[in-house]
Design a protein around this ligand. Structure first.
Ligand SMILES: Nc1ncnc2c1ncn2[C@@H]1O[C@H](COP(=O)(O)OP(=O)(O)OP(=O)(O)O)[C@@H](O)[C@H]1O
Ligand SMILES: [Mg+2]
Length: 266
């Protein structure tokens, strides 16, 4: 564990797609128990960074250290089992399953995944399934989705799908939740509801959040720290107030341009 009590350290990550350098030496830390925002203009590399952290894309170089363990290049399911869960810029629920079923298939160690347990120790398998169901019902109630439990996920509104995605992530008991634009495309009332859940999870469960977010009002209201990315690099970190006073950040993001020295490195 680092001195600053960081749950996540991203060190000098690099990743290209053909000629496009999406990450060109991106480094920052996320302190335990915070809601940390990741902001930056379109194409800054935020989703590529989330993918690299969560194991969906292998970085070409650099390190990802989660809770003191080097997880660089581990596949998604191993990263998820270690307690780091991510959600997607476009919700990825299972549309033809019910809301309850969506929670039942959230990633975690289930002995039902091993045929030997199902066949040789059916009572253990059934007991685990029962526990899992009880937990799913609790989480649905927590997120105000219990009434919707038998609805198909495809029939939920955009905002309810976002809530479902967060509820699914919570089923896995994450220590770090990485959310890629969780508020995108949802109405203001649901933005507030989702924000309340995020704060509740931080305060009650001690969950840490790294959250890609374009809505700066949400960032200002919700986030303890902000990491600014531009052209594949971290430009600055600090509170929103500190960043507003940072001319480089204002030029790169708050008004849309990119500073010449950063551009020159491309
Ligand atoms: N699979 C890919 N193949 C080729 N180029 C890609 C791929 N994924 C991302 N890129 C490029 O990498 C750069 C960073 O993209 P990324 O999606 O990470 O940005 P972002 O900050 O998440 O943007 P947005 O705010 O629009 O979601 C962009 O130039 C993008 O076009
Ligand atoms: Mg993105």
């Amino acid at each position: 564990m680092s001195e600053k009590n960081e749950i996540l350290e991203v060190r000098d990550l690099r990743r290209s797609f053909g000629g496009v350098q999406a990450l060109r030496g991106c480094s920052f830390g996320v302190r335990r128990g915070t809601i940390t925002a990741l902001i930056g203009p379109n194409g800054a590399g935020k989703t590529t960074l989330v993918d690299a952290v969560a194991g969906a894309r292998r970085p070409q170089s650099g390190r990802v250290v989660f809770d003191g363990h080097d997880i660089t290049g581990l596949p998604c399911h191993k990263v998820a089992l270690s307690g780091l869960i991510r959600t997607f810029q476009i919700s990825r629920e299972y549309p033809a399953m019910t809301v309850l079923e969506n929670l039942m298939v959230s990633p975690q160690r289930q002995s039902g995944e091993r045929l030997s347990t199902v066949l040789l120790r059916p009572s253990r398998f059934r007991a685990e399934e029962r526990q899992h169901l009880v937990r799913a019902v609790e989480v649905l109630a927590e997120f105000g989705l219990y009434e919707k439990r038998n609805d198909y996920a495809r029939d939920l509104s955009g905002g309810q799908k976002r809530l479902l995605e967060l509820a699914r992530a919570v089923m896995a008991d994450p220590r770090l939740l990485v959310l890629d634009e969780p508020m995108a495309g949802i109405n203001p009332a649901l933005v507030d509801r989702l924000a309340e859940h995020i704060v509740r999870l931080r305060d009650e469960r001690g969950t840490t959040f790294l959250m890609v977010e374009h809505n700066l009002d949400v960032v200002e209201r919700l986030c303890d720290e902000v990491v600014v990315m531009a052209v594949g690099q971290t430009l600055a970190t600090g509170t929103m107030a500190e960043l507003r006073a940072n001319a480089e950040v204002v030029a790169a993001y708050l008004t849309g341009g990119v500073p010449a020295d950063v551009r020159a490195q491309g």
